[in-house]
Unconditional design. Structure first.
Length: 430
């Protein structure tokens, strides 16, 4: 590809344009002036613009990652906003939404403003934040969600902690319904989730305590009844079981305002990934059976599962290089989000346009964020990628400060070539 110059008008030509919002999948061009898309399509006028030849690569809206743990403030030894930002743009992510489980947590407007200031200083992907549902993420007193919404919170969650008390959850949902706010739940009944991997024969053979799939299913069933009672907008995060897909499908058929996401771990890996006590595959929720994995793929294919998020959860070596029972949950995912999601395309489960939809347009629309489209007048946030390029994941080369990836050594297809934010090239593959 030819390089950019200082001209305010740039035409990205000879690209396979993928715009799920309009259904566009065609060879064409995107014309950018300063920070804004001024034209996009198969027959646009590029006269007077500096030309970047995309050589047939795919050009799509930048990925909108709706579940990222930034670790800053409080856990900077695991990740910082800068290292997460560098990982994000290398993975084609132009917008990311951070969970509130920092130290101190994001449970008031001052903390949300801190995140916004830091993101502006770093100047890589656009960073948005969820506010906490409860003060201190403790599941007791409700946080001031309406005030935080006025300060830019795009949804509310207690992060990696489920709101276990049904009375508190009902109050959260009633409050949210009053102001039309979105509540995101980690659906896992804590009293059933004291184990370290998926319950079953493998856990028994390994001598490890299990987390039954019912921990997810029971809390999700309860929450859906509360949604029917309150009418609040509800989103189930990183679902991992076939039964969860069935429950969400039925809720949608009843007209409930319910959505959900999953992470690449749950449609590309199973509990077999922990066989050698691989702590990098210790996740929350845990990796499930092959039947559940296939159920998640089916949910994505049917459109029951709305979004794919990285579930980026950096952990340092001290937290992971321990016995399996003692190791922390979580894995990094920003730099593998696109290539592993593209396995759905290569296997025929989803079209390329549908993969992009679940990574960009749908999360942006769900969270009411800008982005996710190639439309004149919108900010020029997009990713150029080769969906066929083969490579092998090397976690040691990640830009994330933490390297805890269960995909280390995995052969994948699909590489990010360039990431553009506000018309500015922020990443280009070597």
């Amino acid at each position: 590809m030819s390089g950019l110059t200082s001209s305010p008008r740039v035409a990205w030509v000879n690209a396979r344009l993928l715009d799920p919002a309009s259904g566009l999948d065609a060879t064409g061009a995107v014309v950018v002036e300063n920070e804004t898309i001024v034209a996009a399509g198969p027959d646009v006028d590029v006269s007077g613009a500096r030309v970047v030849d995309c050589a047939g690569a795919c050009l799509a809206p930048g990925l909108v990652d709706m579940r990222v743990q930034l670790r800053e403030p409080g856990f900077d030894h695991m990740e910082t906003m800068r290292t997460a930002g560098e990982a994000a743009v290398a993975g084609g992510v132009t917008s990311m939404v951070c969970l509130p489980n920092t130290d101190p947590p994001l449970d008031d407007e001052a903390m949300l403003e801190f995140v916004a200031r830091r993101a502006r200083l770093v100047g890589l992907p656009k960073v948005y934040a969820y506010g906490a549902c409860t003060v201190g993420l403790e599941g007791r007193a409700l946080a001031e969600m309406a005030i935080m919404a006025g300060s830019g919170a795009c949804g509310f969650t207690d992060g990696v902690r489920a709101i276990a008390d049904a009375g508190i959850m009902a109050r959260v949902l009633n409050y949210a319904a009053t102001f039309n706010l979105l509540v995101i739940q980690h659906p896992e009944e804590p009293s059933l989730a004291s184990g370290v991997m998926n319950s079953g024969a493998l856990a028994t053979r390994m001598g490890l305590s299990g987390i039954p799939r019912e921990a997810e299913i029971i809390l999700l069933e309860r929450d859906l009844r509360l949604v029917a009672m309150t009418g609040a907008r509800y989103h189930a995060a990183h679902i991992s079981t076939r039964e969860s897909v069935r429950l969400i499908r039925r809720a949608k058929e009843r007209g409930l305002p319910v959505t959900c996401d999953t992470a690449p771990f749950y449609f590309s890996l199973t509990e077999d990934a922990v066989r050698d006590y691989r702590t990098f595959a210790k996740l929350s929720p845990p990796l499930r059976s092959e039947d559940d994995r296939l159920g998640i793929v089916e949910g994505l294919r049917e459109g029951v599962i709305d979004c794919i998020a990285s579930d980026h959860s950096p952990q340092d070596q001290d937290n992971k290089r321990q016995t399996f029972a003692a190791a922390a949950f979580g894995a990094v995912g920003l730099e593998t989000l696109l290539p592993v999601s593209l396995e759905l395309y290569h296997s025929g489960a989803l079209t390329l346009l549908d993969v992009v939809r679940r990574l960009s347009e749908t999360p942006a629309r769900l969270l009411r964020l800008p982005g996710g489209r190639l439309k004149a007048g919108d900010k020029a946030d997009f990713v150029l990628f080769d969906p066929e390029a083969p490579w092998q994941v090397d976690a040691s080369a990640f830009r994330s400060k933490s390297k805890n990836s269960p995909f280390d050594g995995r052969a994948v297809r699909g590489r990010v070539l360039t990431t553009v934010i506000d018309g500015r090239k922020v990443y280009e593959a070597c």
